[in-house]
Design a binder for this molecule. Structure first.
Ligand code: CP3
Length: 350
C-alpha cells in the first residue's frame, strides 16, 4: 500500500475535508526549547546550521517525531532569501537578526538582483529532499517563506522592530519605490516557493509575521496586491497557509489575499476569527504560546476551549498563535499534541 501525504489529516484539513481527529503542528516546533536542537546549536552558528541540509533535515525530522506532530516544517529561516538579494545577514545573540543594505531610492531597488533561488539557495532545496527522505511515508512536509511585507520591513528596519516607523514612513513618502520593492521581493518569493514545491514540500506557509502593525486601509493599499500576486503565482494544487499576527482588526482584508488556510494569532477567539475569514477557508491556530509554559490543567482547559470553538467544522488545524517560546518544557508540547488528538477524537464519537 502506498501511503500518500495527500490523505494525511493535515492535508485533508487544508482542503476542509473530514478528519478522524484535529491535526496539530506548531510554529517553531524545531527550536531552542528542545534539547536535541540546543545540542546541535552548541556546535555551530544558526546560519551555518541553516546552510547544512543534513542537519536541517535532522532537526526538522527529530522535532516532528519527538512531539508527534501531524506535519513537519522545513528547518530554515525567513531571512535567508535576503542574502542572494544582496543584503548582509547576521544573527547576534540576544539582539535578533541584523540586516545590512540600504534601500532609499528606485535605483537601490533596481540594483537588487532578480534571484535564481535554485542556484543561490540550493541548500534549502537539498534540505527539503533530505527532510522528505527522513520522514515516515505519508508525513506531510511544510515549506515556507516570508511574505513580501515582512521581508520588506526587515530590510527597511535593519532587523526586528516594535513600531516599524521606518517602514511606515517609507511606504508613505516613497510609495512608488515601496511598490517596486514589494514587487521585486514578491518575484523572489514565488521562485523560492516554487523551488521548494519542486523539491517535495506538500504545502507552503507564507509568514506575514509583522503585518499586524498596519491598519486595514494600509494593508489594502500597500500589501494586499503583492501578497495576492505571490499566492496566485504559486498555487497549483499545493495548499497555501497564509499566516499573520495582529490581524484581528482586518482579517477580512487579510483573507482577500487568498490561500487555502488562514493562520491566526491568539488575540481573537477562534470562532470569531473563522466567521470573519469566512467558512470557505480552513483556519490554523490559535493557542497562546505562553499557555505551554504550564500548568497542564490550563493546557487541557485551553485545548478544550479552542476545539469547542472550532465546533467540529472540517478545516481546523490546531497550532499556536505564534511560535513556541524557548522556555517551554518539551513535555508540555508532547502533552498538548496528545490532548488535541485525544479530545478531538472523543468529540467526533457520537
Ligand atoms: O520549526 C520551525 O518553525 C521551522 C523553522 C523556522 C525558524 N524561523 C527557525 C529559527 C521558521 C519557520 C522561522 C520563520 C521565521 N524567522 C519567522 C516567522 C515566524 C515568526 O516567528 O513570526 C521570523 C519572523 C523569522 C526571523 C527570525 N529568525 C528572528 C526574529 C529570529 C531571532 C529571534 C529568535 O527567536 O531567536 C530568528 C532566528 C531563528 N529562526 C531561530 C530558529 C530556531 C533561533 C535561532 C537560534 O538557534 O538561536
Amino acid at each position: 500500500m502506498i501511503i500518500s501525504p495527500l490523505e494525511s489529516a493535515f492535508l485533508r484539513a487544508c482542503r476542509r475535508e473530514q478528519t478522524a481527529y484535529t491535526p496539530v503542528w506548531l510554529m517553531r516546533q524545531a527550536g531552542r526549547y528542545m534539547k536535541e536542537y540546543r545540542d546541535i546549536r552548541a556546535k555551530m552558528s544558526f546560519l551555518d546550521l541553516c546552510k547544512n541540509p543534513e542537519l536541517c533535515a535532522d532537526v526538522a525530522v527529530t522535532a516532528q517525531q519527538r512531539i508527534g506532530a501531524d506535519a513537519a516544517i522545513l528547518f530554515s529561516d525567513l531571512l535567508l532569501i535576503l542574502e542572494p538579494m544582496g543584503f548582509k545577514l547576521d544573527y547576534t545573540e540576544g539582539r535578533g537578526p541584523v540586516i545590512t543594505g540600504r534601500i532609499a531610492s528606485r535605483e537601490d531597488v533596481a540594483r537588487i538582483p532578480e534571484i535564481d533561488p535554485v542556484d543561490s539557495l540550493h541548500f534549502v532545496f537539498e534540505a527539503v529532499r533530505r527532510t522528505r527522505g527522513g520522514l515516515k511515508p505519508g508525513m506531510p512536509l511544510i515549506g515556507f517563506s516570508g511574505a513580501p511585507f515582512t521581508l520588506a520591513a526587515y530590510i527597511l528596519e535593519g532587523g526586528s522592530s516594535r513600531v516599524f516607523e521606518k517602514t511606515k514612513k517609507f511606504m508613505r513618502e516613497e510609495p512608488l519605490v515601496w511598490h517596486a520593492l514589494m514587487e521585486k521581493i514578491g518575484r523572489a518569493v514565488i521562485a523560492y516557493l516554487k523551488g521548494q514545491i519542486l523539491a517535495g514540500v506538500d504545502a507552503v506557509q507564507l509568514f506575514d509575521s509583522w503585518v499586524g502593525c498596519l491598519s486595514g486601509d494600509e494593508y489594502r493599499q500597500y500589501v494586499l496586491p503583492h501578497t495576492r500576486k505571490v499566492i496566485e503565482g504559486i498555487r497549483k494544487g499545493v495548499p497555501v497557509v497564509h499566516f499573520g499576527t495582529g490581524t484581528g482588526n482586518f482579517l477580512k482584508e487579510f483573507r482577500m489575499a487568498g490561500g487555502d488556510v488562514c493562520g491566526v494569532d491568539h488575540q481573537l477567539p477562534l470562532d470569531r476569527a473563522w466567521e470573519m475569514i469566512g467558512y470557505d477557508a480552513a483556519i490554523q491556530g490559535n493557542l497562546a504560546p505562553e499557555v505551554l509554559l504550564g500548568p497542564v490543567t490550563e493546557i487541557r482547559k485551553e485545548v478544550k476551549r479552542i476545539l469547542d470553538l472550532a465546533a467540529r467544522r472540517p478545516g481546523h488545524i490546531f497550532n499556536l498563535g505564534h511560535g513556541v517560546l524557548p522556555a517551554t518544557p518539551v513535555e508540555n508540547v508532547i502533552t498538548l499534541v496528545d490532548l488535541v488528538h485525544e479530545m478531538s477524537v472523543s468529540m467526533r464519537t457520537p
